[in-house]
Design a protein around this ligand. Structure first.
Ligand SMILES: Cc1ncc(COP(=O)(O)O)c(C=O)c1O
Length: 412
């Protein structure tokens, strides 16, 4: 085995837990992580509880499972589980957080006052602008594009090098009308990693909040949210947490809970959920204030299977092996004359290795015909080896790309 991928090779003993790895050469974890048999066992237990207990399963089992899931997420974000909010997907989590900013966009004096009490130097004027980047996932910007008729303006920063957006570009774009910077921890097409600590400092000095989409980071970048200084963070289980669709989560810095009161809400947000009082809404004092309605318990069961594995292995080891495999893939691809569009320095990357190809769809289809699953986005074939991939699989991928990628897409 090449030295580059020898570190943590012991993790390959987990491969038999993932049925998908027998069916294909799977290199698309950044889109959907493979499923472990632990998820099937937990899903079976959910169905058995439903059959045995009916609605009593809520109190006997399921509410406890949801708390355990919040703890799971807290453990990979470095925060207590009670600070975590569950959501069915990142878009919903974002919509709830965006709703809490509406009074700030309008310049509501009480809302601005609460931000000042939380230590953010905001003035008295409305803060109508939100800054994102051209590299971010669309649902992030869309929350504020949808508010344009309400006078909200979305500013989209271009990427000077096509890989990342420097902190200086955010600094230059922020002004006294800016309410929020909303950007990714790891960009979903280029795999480049943002410098959250510096970004948080720049934002806070100017009275601006920082919201981060961590979907492509959680599970491979050890993250201590309180230490990063970010104000809100959203992520989910589809990808590097091996937890499938239907489960996402949010975190809002507890010191901001009072200043960021959601106006999109539901009975799970209520401090007294089981009082069933339609005429009162006191928001829960913890992360539940950003939740909405009945969570998908089967999705939570599947997600807990992935989280059990992630906690057992640890994000540190998962991340190191993922980046080692990335280094190896970059080396193999460049040796074959393919143009890699990812940062070379593993410290500046998540797990995505994009390969520039003008018309990527036929290439990805040809790979699939060979049993190799990768992904595409405009102008790139997106490859994302995870801890369970082998060196042989990387070689198969590059050999197949070498066969099917047109000469015009090669670098000389
Ligand atoms: C960075 C990023 N954000 C968000 C999403 C998905 O958001 P949602 O959970 O709303 O489908 C993805 C991938 O699907 C992603 O890569």
């Amino acid at each position: 085995m090449p030295a580059a991928v020898a570190r943590h090779a012991e993790l390959l003993t987990y491969r038999p837990e993932f049925p998908l790895l027998n069916a294909s050469v799977y290199l698309n974890t950044c889109s959907l992580g493979a499923r472990t048999e632990r998820s099937r066992r937990r899903l079976d237990a959910f169905l058995a509880d439903w059959d045995a207990l009916g609605a009593r399963a809520w109190y006997g089992r399921w509410l406890g499972e949801l708390d355990a899931l919040r703890d799971d997420f807290g453990s990979v974000l470095g925060v207590p589980g009670a600070e975590v909010s569950l959501a069915p997907n990142v878009s919903t989590a974002l919509a709830v957080i965006a709703s809490a900013l509406d009074p700030i966009h309008r310049g509501h004096p009480a809302a601005l006052g609460r931000l000042r009490e939380a230590g953010l130097p905001v003035g008295d004027g409305p803060r109508t602008r939100v800054i994102t980047t051209a590299l971010d996932f669309p649902t992030l910007g869309h929350q504020w594009l949808a508010r344009e008729p309400l006078g909200v303006e979305l500013v989209v920063l271009p990427s000077p090098d096509g890989l990342t957006v420097p902190v200086e570009a955010f600094t230059a774009a922020i002004d006294e009308r800016t309410a929020l910077v909303a950007t990714g921890h790891v960009y979903f097409t280029t795999g480049a990693r943002a410098d959250l600590e510096r970004l948080a400092t720049v934002c806070h000095e100017r009275g601006v909040l920082l919201l981060v989409d961590g979907y492509q980071a959680t599970g491979i970048l050890p993250t201590d949210l309180a230490a990063t200084g970010v104000d809100a963070y959203v992520s989910g289980t589809l990808k590097w947490l091996f937890g499938g669709p239907g489960t996402a989560f949010a975190w809002v810095r507890p010191e901001l809970h009072d200043a960021l009161r959601p106006t999109t809400t539901g009975w799970f947000s209520s401090a007294r959920q089981f009082a069933f009082a339609v005429d009162e809404l006191e928001l829960a004092p913890d992360g539940r204030r950003y939740e909405l309605g009945t969570p998908s318990v089967p999705s939570a069961a599947i997600a807990r299977g992935g989280m059990e594995l992630v906690r057992e292995i640890g994000v540190e080891r998962l991340g190191e092996r993922t980046r080692d495999l990335g280094d190896r893939l970059i080396g193999l691809a460049e040796h074959a004359g393919l143009a890699v569009a990812a940062p070379r320095d593993a410290e500046l990357r998540g797990g995505i290795i994009p390969i520039r190809i003008a018309d990527p769809k036929p290439v990805v289809d040809a790979l699939a015909a060979d049993g190799i699953i990768a992904d595409y986005r405009p102008g790139i074939v997106r490859c994302s080896p995870a801890f369970y991939n082998t060196d042989d699989e990387l070689r198969l991928l590059v050999e197949a790309l070498d066969r099917v990628v047109p000469g015009a897409d090669r670098v000389s």
